[in-house]
Design a protein around this ligand. Sequence first.
Ligand SMILES: *Cc1c(COP(=O)(O)O)cnc(C)c1O
Length: 466
Amino acid sequence: MRYVSTRGQAPILNFSNTLLAGLAQDGGLYIPETWPQISADDLRKMRGLSYPELAAKIVHLFTGNEIPEAVLLDLCQKSYAGFNHKAIVPLIQLDHNLFVQELFHGPTLAFKDMAMQLLGHLFDYVLSQRGEKITIVGATSGDTGSAAIEAFKGSSNLTVTILHPYGRTSEVQRRQMTTVLEPNINNIAVEGSFDDCQDLVKAMFADAPFRDAVQLSAVNSINWGRIAAQVPYYIYAALLLGAPDREVSFTVPTGNFGNILAAWTARKIGVPINLLCVGSNHNDILTRFLLNNDMSIQGVRPSLSPSMDIQISSNFERLLFELLDRDADQCRQTMQDFRQNKKMDIPANIWNKATENFKGMALSDQETEKVIQQYYKESAYLADPHTAIGIATAQKYRNKDIPMVTVATAHPAKFPDAIKQATGITPALPLTLSDLYDRKESYQVLPANLKKIEDSVRATIRKNNF
Ligand SMILES: *Cc1c(COP(=O)(O)O)cnc(C)c1O
């Protein structure tokens, strides 16, 4: 399997190199050179597979024979063994033809575990095969950092340093990171804001001698490996609801456009998917684009659904590349102009193509609380604020003949205040996390100083004898 950059000026890579590279050298995003295809017959044969079995078959389409399917099966089984639900991605019915698929039964209670757990095993496999060691660094305001730490803890091929803003994450979020005590994990609380943390990560990548000496790498949401690992659950739900002999629609509460791009990928490779709907909070750049062709950058305001508080949806570039019939020059130009003008100029015919595929809707915090309350009352379902936005969007666009599935991206116990406000009850943490507040924490507090952070990264590497 070969991967090309959406901006056309980076080397073509195989799957493993795409995985380790993350972003392409020309600033673009990697995407398969040609789309693999699954036939209706192949899909019918996949009915009845367990989630790890299905995931191995689907991810294999994106790795090709670089990673044997039997190896992938083993990695998928390990990745999902620690989930808190035996079905891994259970499908729950809320109303006639309205379902949620819960993607939050992993160790950090959010859907990022679905991809990150598998990414951890894939990195380990590829690095062991090559006999290489790398250093992963990242900045987090909460969810991504803990998902990465849970996925990479205990690896003997890499260390992970995660920066979070000191005193500015919730206690649950901090403890999910800092109570992981494996020696390859390094948590730093930076005396500064989330932006300071991000700037420090960028500065480490810009420091070429440091970057090369420690073999710096990142696992952010533009990594194709993460998208590939998110395709299987859409196919799993579609098969349960009658695919390939019946269409299904999906609604995804969206931030960086990664999760919904995986749904679109499922359609691209042959799964009959009708609508793809985007749910936003008041940081609604995607919905403004879909409703009015207005892709302009505005300031981010905090919301009840913090994982969707974004200014730009970086994965949109992959869809744009396809909508432009893979014209990399035009894609590069559009993205450069977007950076400069803070507004993306999309020709009407391209916008029309996008709106055939995608629908969008934005909800205020107040509307989100109402939806949480409504579904708790009417269907005894407790949705977290992200999921509630998805459910409201699904309700708007559903068609009575086609099942609509909303993906539930976070466990309600991750957002106890919003749930309490809407329903009066406090959701309980799952058993595996019930002692979170009693666990020992380990992290250092450091000033926002590049040299001090780099020293800490090096110290972690030495501690692991790399
Ligand atoms: C990351 C996240 C999202 C947004 O996912 P994207 O792939 O960025 O669209 C939605 N909900 C939750 C709970 C998340 O953690």
